[in-house]
Ligand binder design. Structure first.
Ligand code: AP5
Length: 273
């Protein structure tokens, strides 16, 4: 068991029994590590919501605070379309219509991104996946589950306005809204609108979302956290931040968990100097 090597302790020295032969173990203590030395694994978060519910906007803020790897399936697909890859060519028509891209394109893409080293180290924030029961099944089968499933709820009548007013800065990737987050005047001319951000396509995207969302939620009831998304971006961010703090607090420290049930193990002994 190597976990002890990842921790440093300010008070009692800590070493395997063999290395400290001759000294007397006082008693087994589980020493609390501070945030910098914790062996807790990072968070795993799914974020869902209707088109323009504010997933991308909130993901930016979550990454700032929690340093998770943001995996946006919509962005991954748009990259493939832009690069003209076989996957992108397959995805394009479906995205233009506002319906789900087939699993054969999406599932492997997500699984391989989740296996990345950065994701393993920093934790993940999966945005826009799963969007159907079959997509949920596909990662359940791999044992991939979130600590928390955030669902941003926004009344349908607000969503169309958010979609048609959205603009993106192609130079920085920043997302604006003509009314709710007005862009600086000097960049106005270079802003672009997503091809699926029309009122008509938004309606199909909304139908697709509402047709599938209940079946997806069914997989994550135990960690579902519904967030009211019809407030200011800052208010939504603060509700999400509190929910993520709670989810992180629930993650066990593997060494503490181990020592609680195995106090006599060398890794759990604390010695007087
Ligand atoms: P994707 O890119 O994921 O689109 P989406 O789910 O429709 O979500 P959006 O990106 O439109 O919105 P958002 O929730 O991120 O909102 P944002 O923060 O930008 O998917 C696109 C397509 O790819 C799909 O239609 C499908 O074809 C395909 N696809 C994706 N995932 C797939 C999957 N798993 N399987 C199969 N196919 C898949 O905010 C929107 C606007 O509102 C912005 O202008 C923002 O400034 C503003 N705003 C945000 N929050 C607030 C607020 N609180 N108050 C006022 N305005 C706000």
């Amino acid at each position: 068991m190597q976990l002890c090597q990842q921790r440093t302790y300010s008070r009692a020295a800590f070493a395997p029994a063999r290395a400290r032969a001759g000294r007397v173990a006082r008693r087994c203590l589980v020493v609390k590590a501070d945030a910098a030395t914790t062996t807790k694994r990072p968070l795993r978060v799914m974020i869902a919501g209707a088109p323009a519910a504010g997933k991308g906007t909130q993901c930016e803020k979550i990454v700032e605070k929690f340093n998770l790897v943001h995996i946006s399936v919509g962005d991954l697909l748009r990259e493939q379309v832009q690069q003209g890859t076989p996957a992108g060519k397959k995805a394009k028509d479906f995205m233009d219509q506002g319906v789900l891209v087939p699993d054969e394109v999406v599932v492997e893409m997500v699984k391989s991104r989740l296996a990345g080293d950065d994701v393993q180290q920093r934790g993940w924030l999966l945005d826009g996946y799963p969007r159907s029961a079959s997509q949920a099944e596909a990662i359940e089968a791999e044992g991939i589950r979130p600590d928390i499933f955030l669902l941003i709820d926004v009344p349908a009548e607000l969503l169309v306005e958010r979609v048609v007013g959205r603009r993106m800065d192609p130079q920085t990737g920043a997302i604006y809204h003509l009314k709710y987050k007005p862009p600086p005047a000097e960049i106005m001319d270079r802003l672009v609108q997503r091809s699926d951000d029309t009122e008509e396509k938004c309606k199909t995207r909304l139908e697709t979302h509402f047709k599938n969302v209940d079946s997806v939620i069914g997989y994550y009831r135990d960690c579902l956290c519904e967030i009211e998304g019809d407030h200011s971006m800052e208010a939504v961010a603060s509700a999400i931040s509190a929910a993520l703090d709670q989810a992180y607090a629930k993650i066990g420290d593997p060494l503490e968990d181990f020592c609680a049930s195995n106090p006599e193990q060398p890794e759990c002994l604390v010695y007087d100097d």
